[in-house]
Design a binder for this molecule. Structure first.
Ligand SMILES: C[S@@+](CC[C@H](N)C(=O)[O-])C[C@H]1O[C@@H](n2cnc3c(N)ncnc32)[C@H](O)[C@@H]1O
Length: 236
């Protein structure tokens, strides 16, 4: 089984980990890896923790879905976006992640019957395969962890099978100049063109912009934010 080298990363243990030379995360241990990240670190110290959600909210507002539309947040972790969406009145939210620890933290904080929590692996989905059609798919800082083509293909196959006609997809990932490792794992940066290519001709690009996220440590992480819409009659 291929392994990922641990090095510079996005979480508070970066410095400790970067001193180690040959430590690896086996693909089979990814759930354990992420559970440990969420167990061992306060949420507001994680290298992706946000208080300013304005770039994401700008794209959600642009999609202009109604408040009862089904929103799937993949790789949600313990994101503050869920709190924000509940405050805005959205009532049909699914938060999914490989880490049950993250989802428990999120569920403990948000306490709402408007949010469903689904623990699943996006590169080997089981439970997510059973959900109904989605009106808005939101991914911030998740897809970029799937460095193998097989994992990316599984991710996009799932996405394409769940997005209804005229529904929206937001992908916010490290850009091509971004970090090469995050949370000890290698990442694949993206451009607007690469994401457009991955989604295929059934999707049209609605908006796209660069955003520099400032980590709790003060370091900068450049992201590409994109909003796509599935065409009514699209290609493949
Ligand atoms: C950098 S964090 C971003 C969390 C959240 N999207 C946010 O913006 O706060 C990446 C998230 O992806 C999740 N993740 C990583 N690999 C995954 C996989 N194969 N399937 C589902 N979730 C995964 C991790 O557990 C983690 O919560």
């Amino acid at each position: 089984m291929k392994s990922a080298v641990i090095g510079h990363s996005c979480n508070v243990n970066d410095k400790v980990k970067s001193r180690r030379s040959a430590e690896t995360v086996n693909e089979l241990d990814l759930k354990e890896h992420w559970d440990k990240v969420y167990s061992n670190n306060p949420e507001n110290k994680l290298g992706w923790y946000e208080t300013d959600l304005s770039p994401m909210l700008k794209l959600i507002m642009k999609a202009a879905i109604n408040k009862s539309a089904r929103i799937l947040i993949v790789g949600a972790g313990s994101t503050t976006l869920v709190d924000e969406l509940l405050d805005e009145g959205y009532s049909n939210i699914i938060a999914s992640d490989i880490s049950e620890v993250a989802l428990k933290k999120l569920a403990g904080r948000t306490v709402s019957n408007k949010v469903e929590f689904i623990a699943d692996d996006l590169t080997k989905p089981t439970r997510l395969g059973n959900i109904g059609p989605v009106d808005l798919w939101i991914d911030r800082a998740v897809l970029h962890f799937f460095t193998k083509e097989s994992g990316q293909n599984t991710y996009f196959d799932l996405l394409k099978s769940k997005i209804r006609s005229k529904a929206y997809v937001i992908l916010a990932e490290f850009d091509l100049n971004g970090a090469k490792l995050c949370s000890g794992l290698p990442v694949q940066g993206y451009s607007e063109e690469m994401l457009t290519e991955k989604l295929g001709t059934a999707f049209e690009l609605i908006d796209s912009f660069d955003h520099t996220y400032i980590m709790p440590s003060g370091a900068e992480r450049p992201y590409i934010y994109t909003l796509f819409r599935k065409k009514h009659h699209g290609g493949k």
